[in-house]
Design a protein around this ligand. Structure first.
Ligand SMILES: Nc1ncnc2c1ncn2[C@@H]1O[C@H](COP(=O)(O)OP(=O)(O)O)[C@@H](O)[C@H]1O
Ligand SMILES: [Mg+2]
Length: 366
């Protein structure tokens, strides 16, 4: 049961065929390439310098003390390297890793079975840990704290709980929604790595390494074009690289260069700023249907035909970070940049607008 989980889809792959090209949740093809391209050691990781420093300190200290390190939580949007880091943690500690995920643990018994079979020092990776069933969650945080699990023997009134001591181990959790973790569980993690979107220069570094691994010829402009339009996400950068390579092989000399990159990205609906179809659908709905907002998340999600969770974890963090969207107490609103990006005229009071002096407060900042 804990086997199929490394492949559990993240995010919602059901948008549509074109959008999936850039959906940062992984599909089957990604997983194949992910395995080939995934950095194995901390030193192979590009970017995230802070997380790297923090992680290497925690790991080195544990190594010197000769004990398993604290439990660790990897938090951030899909495709930024949470699973990769979990595997690297085990590799750096030179211990086996057991992989499972929140949705796979439907019953506390499922978790008890995994916990009671852990060897000393092993890493237990729980992907999408915010989606675990409540009783399992409670069992997990008790196990994390006391290295003990209560195994229930028998059924009904005669059932008894037999406490079982566990050898020390390390839980590595991954979540796109750390806010959804109950406080007692969140508090059991001694270290949280907050992964952020990558600057284009880091993505270029990742892509350059991967062209070598994939044995693909490329030019610097080709790589830069892809990395500037990958929404700050290594998984998207890798996927776009494969599509540009396809394009170059079919229409060109097989070299990932500027013209192949531009043509392929246009074919797959990635716009000049790297926004994908879902991102643009969200902005279009905000501006055209809701006159710039503010509008509630669920209303917005219905308007683009997506799950609120997908809009919130996949599209929104990037749009907010890049300044296209703002979150207000009354909902999501389009900023000046969104209107400009869509080539529309913003109504007065739009966030980010240069107001002439003496103008009253706008709709959003009163
Ligand atoms: N810092 C990084 N350096 C190089 N490649 C990375 C990095 N982070 C992620 N990747 C690549 O992106 C892909 C997706 O990463 P993954 O760890 O599966 O993301 P997440 O679990 O956060 O969704 C992996 O195949 C890996 O090759
Ligand atoms: Mg993952």
């Amino acid at each position: 049961m804990s086997e199929n989980l490394s492949g559990a889809p993240e995010g919602d792959g059901s948008y549509d065929a074109t959008a999936r090209i850039i959906d940062p949740g992984g599909d089957a093809e990604d997983r194949r390439f992910d395995a080939a391209l995934r950095p194995r050691r901390l030193a192979d990781i590009a970017g995230q310098p802070r997380v790297k420093d923090q992680l290497s300190l925690v790991l080195e200290a544990a190594r010197r003390r000769g004990v398993p390190p604290d439990h660790m939580l990897m938090s951030g949007p899909p495709g930024l390297g949470k699973t990769t880091l979990a595997m690297i943690i085990a590799a750096e500690l030179e211990v086996p890793i057991r992989i499972t995920s929140g949705p796979a643990i439907q019953h506390a018994g499922d978790l008890a079975a995994i916990l009671s079979s852990l060897a000393e020092g092993e890493v237990l990776f729980v992907d999408e840990i915010h989606r675990m069933a409540r009783p399992a969650e409670e069992m997990l945080y008790l196990a994390m704290e006391d290295f003990r699990v209560d195994v229930i023997v028998g059924k009904g009134p005669g059932a008894t709980a037999i406490p079982l001591e566990l050898p020390p181990f390390t839980v590595v959790g991954a979540t796109t929604r750390s806010g959804l973790l109950p406080a007692p569980l969140r508090d059991r993690f001694g270290f949280t790595a907050h992964l952020d979107y990558y600057p284009a220069s880091d993505l270029a570094q990742i892509l350059t390494r991967n062209t070598v691994l994939l044995d693909v010829d490329s030019t610097r402009q080709g790589i830069e074009e892809i990395s500037g339009r990958s929404r700050g996400t290594p998984r998207i950068a890798n996927r776009l690289l494969r599509r540009v390579r396809d394009y170059a092989q079919v229409h060109g000399e097989g070299v990932v260069d500027l013209s192949a990159a531009r043509a392929a990205l246009e074919l797959f609906d990635v716009d000049a700023r790297g926004l994908d179809r879902l991102d643009r659908a969200v902005l279009e709905a905000l501006c055209r249907r809701f006159d710039g907002g503010p509008v509630g998340l669920s209303t917005l999600a219905v308007a683009v035909g997506e799950e609120p969770d997908t809009v919130e974890t996949v599209s929104e963090p990037y749009l907010v970070r890049e300044g296209y969207m703002v979150r207000t107490p009354r909902g999501r609103a389009a900023s000046m940049m969104a209107w400009e990006h869509l080539g529309l005229v913003a109504p007065p009071g739009t966030p980010g607008q240069q107001l002439p002096l003496g103008d009253g407060p706008g709709r959003f900042n009163q």
